[in-house]
Design a protein around this ligand. Structure first.
Ligand SMILES: [Zn+2]
Length: 60
């Protein structure tokens, strides 16, 4: 189980796999970061995934 802080605020999400944490984050993004979801492009998604992976690997 790892806990990852939202890339765009201080809320935290836990899961056994990166996919679980991302699935937990999705409703939060839709609710709290709708403008990011609505405006992100492919490059932005790639950067988000890279940053998520860095945080995942760093998390205990
Ligand atoms: Zn957030």
């Amino acid at each position: 189980m790892k806990t990852i802080t939202c890339l765009d605020c201080d809320e935290q999400f836990s899961g056994e796999t990166p996919e679980q944490v991302q699935m937990a984050m999705l409703p939060h993004y839709k609710e709290s970061h709708a403008e990011i979801i609505g405006s992100v492009d492919e490059d932005g998604k790639k950067k988000w995934m890279e940053e998520f992976r860095v945080r995942w690997d760093a998390a205990k």
